[in-house]
Design a protein around this ligand. Structure first.
Ligand code: C5P
Length: 400
């Protein structure tokens, strides 16, 4: 089996600093990150400049520090685009309650929020604030919006605060933040040079000219898996059934309607694919005789004959030289037993099991990964986070 490659290019990180006492810890963080071989570019809000001086960060990172959206600097014309385009990650530490609120609202009223909005790289924020600000429903609401948007929240910790109170809100220590950055960079580029095909969403099987059979799948999990594979450096082809979601900026997006369409597209693409992740909730049956006209209503009973659809995943995993195949199984009962049976029947190295009642359509889910090594539980988290964990697990198996 082919192995993943690990390029050793220097990582570049944009360190955002917002106004809070914990800004002093960001200096130690900048030192540790730089010492770890990461190229650090610092952006400070006006409030951050009240707590620490920009010269400190310039000296520690060896790079210019940016504080103003309107700064005229020849090397950074359109600073809001170029700064965030040229980094592998943005880390905002400390992230104040005000910054989190502006980020959650999609605002771009200073350089840092503008960069966050105009980014195409992962974003992590390390909150730091007084315990009451942390507990305030508005802050918690904003944090859940960010989580839903795929932003990684690290910390805070509980303990004594600068104001003398004790509680949640202390920013994590610099060494803990460094660990989080290193862990995130480990996923990054794991799939560099690999072609990944993800199917997502439901399929729609026509009954007549206007009606059809479909299911509740929202496509959220499949789109999150496509996004996470992209973040890991893969070239992603997303084959999507009908959804209302905005797709991630994948290499190739192919929209399909029925299971048959999906099968044909997957078969046409599969020769170039290293990893096939079948997240789609493919309809098991289709209508035997689809009426080209709208069926007329009558008083009598209507029976529609259904015939089985081809199993796309099984078709692919049964190829003489299949790609690494990953299946998903949503079950309503006997989750693990049924899922493991499916894994064996479809001859898959990995199957992801989830409870249909809690997973379909929701933003969070618990996943159970079943492979030859047994089971691995991914405790409840937003789907984008689960997708990133899944991609890491796929890489660990794929490299064996
Ligand atoms: O057998 P079951 O439908 O529960 O298996 C789920 C897995 O099989 C999913 O990965 C799904 O995408 C895939 N599947 C498929 N074609 C079908 C039915 C399911 O590829 N017709």
């Amino acid at each position: 089996m082919t192995t993943c490659t690990f390029p050793i290019a220097k990582k570049r990180l944009l360190l955002g600093i917002t106004g809070g006492v914990a800004a002093y810890k960001a200096a130690e963080l900048a030192r540790l990150l730089t010492q770890d071989g990461i190229e650090v570019h610092t952006v400070m809000t006006q409030a951050a400049c009240q707590f620490v001086g920009s010269a400190t960060f310039q000296a520690l990172t060896g790079n210019p520090v940016y504080t103003d959206l309107w700064e005229t600097n020849a090397t950074h014309n359109m600073a809001h685009i170029s700064l965030s385009r040229n980094v592998d990650m943005i880390l905002v530490a400390p992230a104040s309650a005000d910054f989190i609120a502006r980020l959650a609202g999609g605002m771009a009223n200073d350089l840092l929020t503008t960069l966050c909005l105009a980014r195409d790289c992962p974003l992590m924020v390390a909150p730091a604030m007084n315990r009451q600000m942390w507990e305030n429903p508005a802050t918690q609401r904003n944090l859940s919006v960010l989580q839903h948007d795929g932003v990684k929240i690290i910390g805070p910790a509980s303990g004594e605060q600068a104001c003398g109170e004790i509680g949640m809100g202390r920013m994590l220590e610099a060494c803990e933040l460094l660990q989080a950055v290193s862990a995130a960079f480990q996923t990054d580029n794991l799939l560099q040079g690999k072609n990944v095909l993800v199917t997502a969403g439901p399929t729609f099987e026509a009954i007549d000219a206007v009606r059809g059979i479909t299911n509740n799948s929202s496509g959220k999990m499949g789109y999150a898996v496509a996004q996470a594979a992209m973040e890991a450096g893969a070239k992603v082809t997303l084959v999507s059934g009908p959804t209302c979601l905005t797709p991630p900026a994948v290499e190739k997006l192919i929209r399909v309607v029925s299971a048959h369409d999906m099968l044909h597209v997957v078969q046409a693409e599969i020769a170039q694919i290293d990893i096939f992740i079948s997240v789609a909730a493919v309809a098991d049956y289709r209508v035997e005789k689809v009426s080209q006209q709208k069926l007329k209503k009558s008083e009598s009973k209507l029976s529609i004959a259904l015939i089985p659809n081809p199993d796309i995943l099984k078709t692919i995993s049964s190829l003489p030289k299949p790609p690494f195949c990953v299946g998903f199984a949503a079950e309503t009962e006997n989750l693990e037993r049924n899922a493991e049976m499916k894994r064996r029947k479809k001859n898959l190295p990995l199957l992801v099991a989830n409870l249909a009642q809690t997973a379909i359509g929701s933003n969070d889910c618990e996943l159970i990964l079943l492979d030859d090594g047994g089971k691995h539980v991914l405790s409840k988290a937003p789907k984008i986070e689960q997708a990133r964990r899944l991609i890491k697990h796929i890489c660990s198996l794929y490299q064996q």
